[in-house]
Design a protein around this ligand. Structure first.
Ligand SMILES: Cc1cc2nc3c(=O)[nH]c(=O)nc-3n(C[C@H](O)[C@H](O)[C@H](O)COP(=O)(O)OP(=O)(O)OC[C@H]3O[C@@H](n4cnc5c(N)ncnc54)[C@H](O)[C@@H]3O)c2cc1C
Length: 511
């Protein structure tokens, strides 16, 4: 059997038959097997938008050898006596617990929020009534921050191929579409994620893992550099090794860790707002037409130098998605974005954030606790402005011209909008940079100024970073690992999950 990889160009609405014909035509063969390795949309020329598809073809009619298969992540199983406690069921916590249980440890996963079904109900109720639920919200609950998201699985992290393959395969085994293996911009959608998170939990339980929901880690008992027990709202959990993967919304957990001597430093992060447009504007700007058969909805990724002060960029774009309230606490008001697998909603949204360095912004060194205080106060100030979860907003054109918006605007945000001089609610340097960014983006996307800009987007990355030894331990501790986005060393579903797996592998390899 010979093997070859070829790059094909196919119309956006191609059929499987057309793909086979194209392979036959290109290689002049009749009998073959093929596999899509990579698929990306080439929209550089609006008159000739097409898929670029890399396929591998195996056939007796061709020559060539298949490349060596990249070795998968090796999780060595044996009977082990150690107990591991993992805190947080987001991608980092879940995948670390899953890997440890596969390796033969007795692994317990605790999560402050509810299981995913109850969580979904809590979120629906919140969006209906505006009454905040502290255990079922967009930040806390089974699956972590990424459950009710767009489920983009892109990651800029390098050197995580084995972990990535393990994560993608686990999602596919749990029922995710096979295409997440090869799409250039793979995404799952909240509807798929809700089911996947539940299925993955079942798999973890089936191999002997234990899960406790609505169990908040409140404190750690430490003896001679070893954590001996976790004090939680469901009682004490003793273990030999501890992985804490709390995400970057759990401010009181960060404070407890700092109080208990876990080392953190401040780092650069980003804050800003979310922008929203009718999806049709984005489709027309990117494709030159209202819709494109075979493609869900157009995307964009924009960057600006922000007038030379702070860099500005769009982030976490959700084509055909919704803006949601990602508040983790009842007195804070922040937004984020989500979408369904079909991405067929009327609107497109994305974060528009400016990179900040708090030391520079405040003109003095900022401690990790001060950084948390600073961010928390900003999130509270948006809540105070709206006296609830209405999102402060204005038109993009009005933000640029410093003119407040009035009247009714259409939005996907379910909790209502409140007109605001949004630029005044943000730190001066940030709003200055964002204004410049919006001007630049208006030159890049036709119709961009017709969109709206809303709320505070404060969760693109953590303002603080956990210190880490080479063996991934927290300095000064013999059995404590801080993993995932909460460590300030990962961001997004894939890189956070990979960071969790690496903490698990450190425990596995040292056992
Ligand atoms: C609305 C939204 C949309 C997003 N969209 C995308 C996307 O499309 N693609 C992408 O890659 N990323 C996306 N992200 C970011 C992504 O979700 C996060 O980067 C990722 O979930 C981080 O994983 P994590 O496991 O480190 O932390 P988290 O997912 O935040 O999980 C941490 C978990 O720990 C729990 N926890 C915290 N403190 C405690 C405690 N003291 N005791 C017990 N449990 C605790 C929390 O309840 C939470 O479930 C989105 C985020 C949001 C909010």
């Amino acid at each position: 059997m010979g093997y070859i990889e070829i790059l094909l160009e196919l119309p956006t609405d191609y059929t499987e038959g057309q793909l086979r014909e194209k392979i036959e035509e290109e290689l002049k063969i009749k009998e073959f097997l093929y596999q899509i390795k990579r698929k990306s949309l080439d929209a550089r020329r609006k008159t000739r938008i097409h898929w670029q598809i890399l396929v591998s073809v195996s056939s007796k009619e061709i020559k060539g050898e298949a490349p060596a298969v990249f070795p998968p992540l090796n999780i060595p199983y044996r009977k082990r006596t150690k107990k591991v406690l993992v805190v947080g069921s987001g991608p980092a916590g879940f995948f670390s617990a899953f890997a440890l249980q596969k390796a033969g440890f007795s692994t317990t996963l605790i999560e402050r929020g509810s299981d995913v079904k109850k969580r979904a109900e809590g979120i629906r109720e919140f969006e209906r009534t505006g009454l905040f639920n502290s255990v079922s919200n967009y930040a806390f609950g089974e699956g972590g921050a990424g459950t009710f998201s767009d489920g983009k699985l892109t990651s800029r992290s390098k050197h995580i191929s084995q972990e990535r393959e393990f994560i993608i395969s686990s999602y596919i085994d749990a029922g995710a579409p096979e295409e997440i293996r090869y799409m250039a911009h793979p995404h799952l959608g909240s509807d798929n994620l809700e089911k996947l998170v539940e299925k993955l939990r079942e798999k973890f339980l089936n191999i002997g893992g234990k899960v406790f929901f609505e169990t908040l880690l409140e404190d750690l008992k430490i003896e001679n550099g070893r954590v001996s027990e976790a004090v939680t709202t469901s009682g004490i959990f003793a273990a030999d090794e501890f992985i804490i993967a709390p995400g970057h919304s759990a401010y009181e957990t960060y404070r407890m860790l700092i109080k208990r001597g876990v080392g953190f430093c401040t780092k650069n992060f980003a804050i800003g707002c979310r922008i929203e447009h009718p999806q049709e504007i984005i489709n027309r700007a990117q494709w030159g037409q209202k819709s494109l058969p075979g493609v869900k909805a157009a995307e964009y990724r924009l960057t600006s130098r922000g007038g030379g002060s702070l860099p500005v960029y769009t982030f976490c774009m959700c084509p055909g998605g919704r803006v949601i309230s990602a508040a983790a606490y009842k007195n804070t008001n922040i937004v984020n974005g989500a979408s369904l697998y079909s991405r067929d909603g009327k609107f497109a949204n994305a974060a528009c954030v400016a990179g900040v360095n708090l030391d520079r912004l405040n003109g003095r060194p900022t401690s990790p606790l001060e950084a948390l205080e600073w961010l928390g106060s900003l999130e509270e100030s948006f809540y105070k402005y709206s006296d609830g979860f209405k999102s402060p907003f204005c038109g993009i054109r009005n933000f640029i011209n410093k003119k407040e918006s009035s009247g009714i605007v259409e939005t996907s945000y379910p909790l209502g909008l409140k007109p605001a001089a949004l630029w005044e609610l943000l730190p001066v340097e940030v709003s200055k940079a964002i204004r410049q960014g919006l001007k630049d983006f208006s030159r890049k996307i036709k119709g961009f100024e017709a969109g709206i800009i809303m709320g505070l987007e404060s969760k693109s990355s953590s303002p603080i970073q956990a210190l880490r030894e080479e063996n991934r331990l927290s300095p000064g501790f013999k059995n404590l690992y801080i993993a995932g986005e909460g460590s300030g060393r990962a961001g997004g579903i894939i890189s956070s999950a990979a960071d969790g797996i690496r903490a698990a592998m450190a425990i596995i390899e040292s056992d």
